[in-house]
Design a protein. Sequence first.
Length: 768
Amino acid sequence: MGYLYKFLLVFCSWVLFLPGTHERQASQTQVLLQLRKHLEFPSPLDIWGNYEGDLCNLTSTTHVSITCQDNSVTGLKIMGDKPVKENTAYNGYPIPNQTLSESFSIDSFVTTLTRLTTLRVLSLVSLGIWGPLPDKIHRLSSLELLDMSSNFLFGAIPSGISRLVRLQTLTMDENFFDDNVPDWWDSLSNLTVLSLKSNQLKGQFPSSICRIATLTDIAMSNNELSGKLPDMSALTSLHVLDLRENKLDSGLPLMPKGLVTVLLSRNLFSGAIPQQFGELAQLQHLDLSFNDLSGIPPSVLFSLPNISYLHLASNMLSGTLPKDLGCGSKLGFVDISNNKLIGELPPCLDSISDKRVVKFGGNCLSYDTPSQHKEAFCKETNGSKSSRGREIGLIAAIAFGAVLVLVLSAFGVIIYCKRCCTKGRQEQSTRPKIVQDNAPTGVSSEVLANARLISQAVKLGTQGSPAYRTFCLEELKEATNNFDSLSLMGEGSRGKLYKGRLENGTYVAIRSLTFLKKYSIQNLKVRLDFLSKLQHPHLVSLLGHCIESGSQDDSNTNKVFLVYEYIPNGSYRAHLSENCPENVLKWSDRLAILIGVAKAVHFLHSSVISGSFSNRLTTNNILLDEHRIAKLSDYGISIIMEEHEKLEAKGEGPKASQKTKLEDDVYNFGFILLESLVGPIVTGKGEAFLLNEMASFGSQDGRRRIVDPVVLTTCSQESLSIVVSITNKCICPEPSSRPSFEDVLWNLQYAAQVQATADADQKSDSTS
């Protein structure tokens, strides 16, 4: 009897619990659908409107992810298609047609959002959200990650954020916040990542930030911060400090000893570089360029055990570097150009080396080259400066009143121009002896400056990517059955491609490349390190590499194997072919693939200073995974092949050739668009033929004759016209008339939105 009683009690509790669970699921689903309505039905959320079950059960995509626990939404990530473009602001505020419509209410949106009371992760990126962020955001009290990058938020950062005490990551990059930076940050005692890059924030760097012991990353570059940078030494967990392109004008403060990357370029820092910087044993990357720093740089900076990149150019550094100055074994790039250094370079900076690039033009060093000034240029004394100080001060006082009026009246224009103009001075030439032979390593110098600083939004999109590593040749031989012909997937001008299976069961694609031994292995490793940092949802991930010295058959070359993730569903070209009618893609699917590839290429062009161009854009190099998500392969090969091809072009290699111009990614992408419209380019349909046929797109009869029938039967005419127009521009013979990749991406997204609207209308009509 006792057992029966317990059973009934448990059963009744279960029955009573069911309605509450169901009601909670229904309520949260309604909130999500209401958010979709607030966001004006963005295309990544189309599936929500057609899905009849619990949205918690939806499969995550690269654009949308919902995480649930105990039938409550704990994570919501949405990546939209409204990236913040340059020149989209006037007087600091966004142009409306780049945002959600005028009827959008950010207050109502956040009110709805706060009904998801269990949210721990919230990422709303590139959705066109505009307006001042409401203070009520604090009602999401469980938040651990908040990312609202690449929107159009302006005004002040709301104080309500200070009440999100569980917050660990806050990312608000690429918005229009234009008030002073608040000083309540120490209330966020669990914060590890604070990223506010590319806003218009003003005022001093908040001292409260220096009291958050958990911080690992601070990124506030490209703002209007001014005044003194406080003592940072208490931030014992800090690894990355990025304050580039502000107006900070103090001396350099003490730094925490665990720092790995310090980026303080293009500010107004003055005084000597502190000797304490020589205690930063973990430091790998230091950029203090384009400031007003003076004195002799501490010798120990050059010999730090982990330093690989040291950029001190365009300051007022003076004096003679010690002859016994030593260089660390990992130091690959040094730039001391455009200073006032005299004497001779120490041996470790002066010797020809394939391991290190040294730039030192624009000084007064003892070398008879046009890049060096006369010694008198660098010997101006402090006394001569001070003798003119009183005279300059008097002139400045007289002019101050007039200048103040001009500054105030021009302030709005300056904010606008900040987005339109690039800051900085042109660096002078470098010494040919050291740099010319290693010029492509200049790519790696810029690359090293930025490879660790790919935007947080991209990092969030690629969490879970396998760690990059070095493979041994035996592993790859075992994976491919000693590179058996049955494992060969293809062969081209850039080497053979094999399919392999690693010991843990993971399938991989392995590309073999051949390099002249004159091509520096150190140079190659730096470039591969950069390439491994290029992580994006629409790029095939590079998992690792193997470098094998030349065999007895060919002692003049090295073999390099690049190991990529294996993408199982074939190429985009195969899915356009009439030979596989069951796999042929309808127009909306093609647009989704094109948008993904365009985002990847735009990322390659813009995510780092030097960019990655000539990315071999063809329909064969666009691969589709099991969910038909597009991933671009063979990107960035030009980065590691550039030096090798230059050697061959000089006649130093076995196949001397001369490239007259770089491939144009926009032009090549135009032919991907063209194949998406007309089907794969086959024999008899070469470039010249297709360029002539472009005239056929001007009439309905011409379109019916040339456009793929699958496209004609699944597209709206307006969507098709948008893509035809941008295709015409991409393959324009005159390079200067071709659009930017940002414009290409915007037009494709617009075409997809038009098509989605047409599909929805057609479905509504058929239902009626």
